[in-house]
Ligand binder design. Structure first.
Ligand code: CP
Length: 303
């Protein structure tokens, strides 16, 4: 069924995932379907570099226009007490599609319920980030040539990490995927994701030993320990537990790939030279893939 908005990764099925991959490949080759006259609004109540700029670049490359509030928390009428629902009603009068990032879980869903135009969730608190998951899966497909029969280690803040949550919802749709969750106990993956993977017959295990997990993986998906979502003191205890550096790189298979949604802090500690020459370092290719997959998604939702 055609999607009207994209709020949660579980809305995507195998057929629309491959449709979006194939459209992203067309856009990569320069096959453009112009969206002349269409307008995309970005409403970001939380900081972003990649998601906001890649959505805006994607719309411009498609021939459309972009309107935006740079910091919606301070510079939109939210500061005067306007509700998310009213904001969505207003913005949908000015534009054809809305991309929203907000610090509260469920915020994009609230907006989609009242909007006359498609809404894309660009991250809602510790909830989901479905377009990141889509570009992550697209990157895995391009890097190892398949999205079935592989092992992925998901590393870091799995409790508050919305990218991991959304990615798990997509991984559960494919055969032969094994997930190794690597985190300190305080940042373990939540029960709802484990329940979902069990229902989908996805094999998974939980591990605290990074060095035990990474040699087994085709994909090592690193995440940042999110200082902004931890209480005082907790961050210092866990911030340096897992790192891709010269030492840990030696434990990673030659044909494996390291992904990261970025931005990174200490969990990636490689020289620029290694990042530019070691084929296992895939996170900047992942960034570029985000542009094409977001072009594909915008054009799909607006056709
Ligand atoms: N991956 C990601 O969401 O990056 P930004 O926070 O920079 O948008």
């Amino acid at each position: 069924m055609k999607l009207l908005s994209l709020i949660e990764a579980q809305q995507l099925d195998v057929s629309n995932i491959f449709f979006l991959f194939s459209r992203a490949e067309e856009f990569r080759k320069g096959i453009i379907k112009p969206l002349n006259g269409k307008i995309l609004t970005t409403l970001f109540y939380e900081a972003s570099t990649r998601t906001r700029l890649s959505f805006e670049a994607a719309m411009l490359k498609l021939g459309g226009g972009v309107i935006s509030t740079e910091n919606a928390k301070e510079f939109s009428s939210a500061i005067k007490g306007e509700s998310l629902e009213d904001t969505a009603r207003v913005v949908s009068k000015y534009s054809d599609i809305i991309v929203v990032r907000h610090y509260e879980e469920g915020s994009a869903k609230k907006m989609a319920q009242v909007s006359n135009v498609p809404v894309i969730n660009a991250g809602d608190g510790a909830g989901q980030h479905p377009t990141q998951a889509l570009l992550d899966l697209y990157t895995i497909w391009r890097e190892i040539g398949r999205i079935e029969n592989f092992t992925i280690a998901l590393v870091g803040d799995l409790k508050y990490g919305r990218t991991v949550r959304s990615l798990c919802y997509l991984l559960g749709k494919f055969h032969g995927v094994k997930v190794i969750f690597v985190s300190p106990e305080v940042l373990g993956i939540k029960e709802d994701i484990k329940d979902y993977l069990q229902r989908q017959n996805v094999k998974f295990e939980e591990e605290t030993d990074f060095y035990k997990a990474i040699p087994q993986a085709d994909i090592i998906y690193m995440t940042r320990i999110q200082k902004e979502r931890l209480q005082n003191g907790e961050y210092e205890k866990v911030k340096s537990l897992y790192s891709i550096n010269q030492e840990s790189l030696a434990y990673i298979r030659k044909d494996a790939r390291v992904l990261h949604p970025l931005p990174h802090t200490e969990e990636i500690n490689l020289s620029i030279e290694v990042e530019q020459t070691d084929p296992r370092v895939a996170y900047f290719r992942q960034v570029e893939n985000g542009l094409y997959i977001r072009m594909a998604l915008i054009s799909y939702l607006l056709e």
